[in-house]
Design a binder for this molecule. Structure first.
Ligand SMILES: Cc1ncc(COP(=O)(O)O)c(C=O)c1O
Length: 384
């Protein structure tokens, strides 16, 4: 069995979550909108899940709209809340996930004014320039992720939300997909109006998530049909998945501190070991990051080659570049951080979970060193 080091891509289902879901997969039939006993049983399970999700982020259960995942929630936030036309202005950042950037491209095509905030070389949104942009454009919405999926950088969200709220009508949305379950996410303290969650990033099932909406009306629902989710998202809810999401949210809330401490300790241990590799560069190492994420590059080792060789050796991680029609491009996040293309193409990401151990890290670094030692010495010296 390989060692899984790719928890930011998806995290394994917690056994207690599976156990909670099983009766809904194997027996309890019916529709949660039906009025008979079976329906009421499912409705009650769904509402328990809603309460548990709300508790994770300090929101009101009525504010939770269940979706098919983070992608749908981000689409709903960006396309559902405002009229998409020349009267609308949305400000976001250059380091957002594709599920924010693509809807923004569509919004721009529909005539909206869109602007992407720049980040520093460490990957953090620059508050001074954000303040200038917000004051100048007075946007209808500011959409800024809480934590980045590649670097793990935690954005100064509360400060940005406060800046945006100086403009009375600016809605603040945050994609907290990577943050939830790894750091505290408190909607009240952050001062955000809309928040995106995805269950499979905190040991829940894939294919479900939520957009949490504080006191705002959805103007344009993505799906039209029945009155589910209080008329905000039509379609019969997937009760088994959402029960799983609720359980995962409950575990994430109760175990947050323990998990943070464990992951941070693992990452420190890993990065100390990594430091011994000549020329290694750890991105965003000087700023606050998710406790489980380490994004690094070895200057003389192409990221995807390294990824495949490590995979063969039994370690699963992610590369920081995207392969589009056979051309490998550096990640847009690293480009926004002004990382030179040669280095960005070598980026790989390790993201830990609770089942990872120090021993696995020792083995991983040993394997990495073994691979590097197999490179021709000239290559290591010349470029490294
Ligand atoms: C920051 C961020 N936002 C949104 C998503 C999309 O979430 P989902 O996979 O639930 O659609 C991801 C998934 O990788 C992500 O990392």
């Amino acid at each position: 069995m390989s060692v899984y080091l790719d928890h930011n891509a998806s995290s394994p289902l917690h056994p207690d979550v599976l156990e909670e879901m099983l009766p809904f997969l194997s027996g309890a039939g019916g529709n949660p909108s039906s009025l008979h006993q079976s329906g009421r049983f499912l409705r009650s399970a769904l509402e328990t899940a809603r309460q548990r999700v709300a508790a994770l982020i300090n929101a009101d259960p009525a504010q939770v709209i269940f979706t098919s995942g983070g992608t749908e929630a981000n689409n709903l936030a960006l396309k559902g809340m405002l009229p998409l036309g020349p009267q609308t202005c949305i400000v976001s950042s250059q380091v957002e996930h594709a599920s924010v950037l693509q809807p923004l491209i569509q919004a721009a095509a529909a005539g909206c004014r869109t602007e992407l905030l720049a980040v520093t070389e460490q990957g953090v949104i620059d508050i001074a320039s954000a303040s200038r942009v917000i004051d100048e454009l007075q946007p209808d919405m500011l959409s800024v992720q809480m934590a980045n999926n590649e670097t793990g950088v935690i954005q100064p969200l509360a400060e940005l939300a406060a800046l945006a709220h100086r403009q009375v009508s600016t809605l603040v949305h945050s994609d907290a997909t990577q943050a939830a379950g790894k750091v505290e996410v408190d909607m009240q303290q952050l001062g955000v109006d809309l928040l995106t969650l995805s269950a499979h990033k905190f040991n829940g099932p894939q294919g479900c998530g939520a957009l949490v909406v504080k006191n705002q009306r959805i103007q344009n629902p993505l799906l039209s049909g029945g009155p589910q989710e209080s008329n905000r998202r039509a379609g019969t809810e997937n009760v088994a998945l959402l029960v799983g999401m609720g359980k995962a949210a409950e575990i994430a809330r109760i175990k947050l501190q323990e998990k943070q401490a464990y992951l941070l300790e693992l990452r420190r241990f890993f990065e100390q070991r990594l430091d011994g590799i000549p020329g290694v560069h750890i991105f965003s190492s000087e700023v606050e990051r998710l406790p489980n994420t380490s994004f690094f590059a070895i200057p003389y080792y192409h990221g995807e080659t390294l990824l495949m060789q490590l995979d063969q050796a039994g370690f699963e991680l992610a590369s920081g570049s995207a392969c589009h029609s056979e051309v490998t491009r550096p990640s847009h996040v690293l480009s926004a951080m002004a990382v030179p293309e040669e280095l960005a193409l070598n980026a790989v990401r390790v993201s830990f979970g609770m089942e990872n151990t120090r021993q696995q890290i020792e083995q991983f670094v040993e394997t990495l060193n073994g691979l590097i030692n197999q490179l021709p010495a000239a290559m290591r010296q010349v470029i490294g």
